[in-house]
Design a protein around this ligand. Structure first.
Ligand code: PMV
Length: 317
């Protein structure tokens, strides 16, 4: 199979992790790295049904921690596309995941995997699926990892680019945003892999215990994301940076940041980043920062390399 056609992007949430669960808009950007999936139908294969070969680069710990969920996610995608019905009962499947996306909590690696698998199924069985159907397959798999995900990761993995995404009572709505200026980003891992289901569940408990506290934060976030969208539309990178700092503050108040993330955010700002925040689930996972020039990007990268287990550079364009 032509694995290039099965690629699905990693993503970074620029604005709105956790708030997005509660039907307010988020801004998300696909990174310039992706996961691929090669699917082979093995005649007379084993009774095991599905063999998974995982060649994706990953931070230490990631694949070990995600192995069971990953298997469950793959099974959900196969079920969604009724793949077993398309086999003759005597064949099995061999799935090989690869690509240049380094798996780390916060980069949307699970969605990149389930979307790349959806694309591979579509290609192998000539289903002529629409992008919407590919995205839906990716979402079904994401449930294997996260319970009830917002859908932001699989949507970014499917469509790429920069998206404004909003969950609704019905299907999520999203629009592609034009990127006026290339957005240079450095992102770094805390080395900690937190459970999205647990952290999202904890935020929900806190919200239920003190609705007024949560509503106040949600209102602040809504005003913030509106300004962030305007800044993006105008290509105002410095403003975007200061709004990211404000988003990080809201994440701290929501209790989803942690000492390790706060430390990396400080390091990035001291080294010249014009905005820095946690990205994704939090309580571990990733931080990202905005670096307006290549020179600043390199300087911030070097500073973060001294304290973060892993650091990456990317550019949204
Ligand atoms: O850690 P990630 O990249 O899977 O992002 C999770 C984002 C949340 O808003 C916390 C949950 C969700 O389903 O949107």
């Amino acid at each position: 199979p032509d694995v290039s056609k099965t690629q699905a992007y990693g993503k970074l949430i620029l604005f709105g992790e956790h708030f997005v669960v509660y039907h307010v808009p988020a801004l998300v950007g696909a990174v310039a790295a992706s996961t691929t999936c090669a699917l082979e139908v093995v005649e007379g294969g084993s009774d095991e049904g599905v063999e998974i070969i995982d060649n994706r680069p990953a931070v230490p710990n990631y694949k070990v921690k995600k192995a069971d969920e990953g298997k469950q996610a793959v099974d959900l995608v196969l079920k969604h596309f009724a793949v077993q019905d398309k086999l003759d009962g005597k064949s099995s499947l061999k799935l090989t995941f690869g690509g240049d996306l380094c798996c780390v909590s916060g980069i949307g690696a699970s969605a990149a995997q389930t979307v790349s698998l959806s694309r591979a199924i579509d290609q192998t069985f000539k289903l002529n699926s629409t992008e919407e159907e590919i995205n839906q397959g990716g979402y079904e798999g994401e449930k294997g990892y996260h319970g009830t995900p917002s859908g932001i990761d699989n949507t970014a993995a499917t469509y790429g680019g920069l998206l404004k995404f909003q969950r609704t009572e019905a299907d999520p709505i999203f629009t592609k945003k034009e990127i006026k200026e290339p957005i240079r980003i450095v992102y770094a891992s805390t080395g900690i892999t937190a459970s999205t289901t647990e952290v999202v569940g904890d935020v929900r408990s806190k919200k239920e215990a003190d609705p007024a506290w949560f509503d106040k934060l949600l209102e602040q976030y809504k005003a913030l994301v509106k300004k962030a969208e305007d800044a993006m539309d105008q290509g105002d990178i410095p403003l975007l940076g200061s709004l990211m700092n404000e988003n990080h503050k809201l994440c701290q108040e929501l209790t989803v940041s942690c000492a390790e993330l706060d430390q990396l955010v400080e390091t990035a700002r001291s080294a010249g980043a014009i905005g820095a925040k946690m990205s994704g689930t939090g309580r571990g996972g990733l931080m990202l920062c905005l670096t307006p020039t290549e020179e600043i990007q390199n300087k911030v990268f070097e500073a973060l390399e001294k304290s973060a287990p892993q650091v990456w550079k990317t550019c949204l364009q």
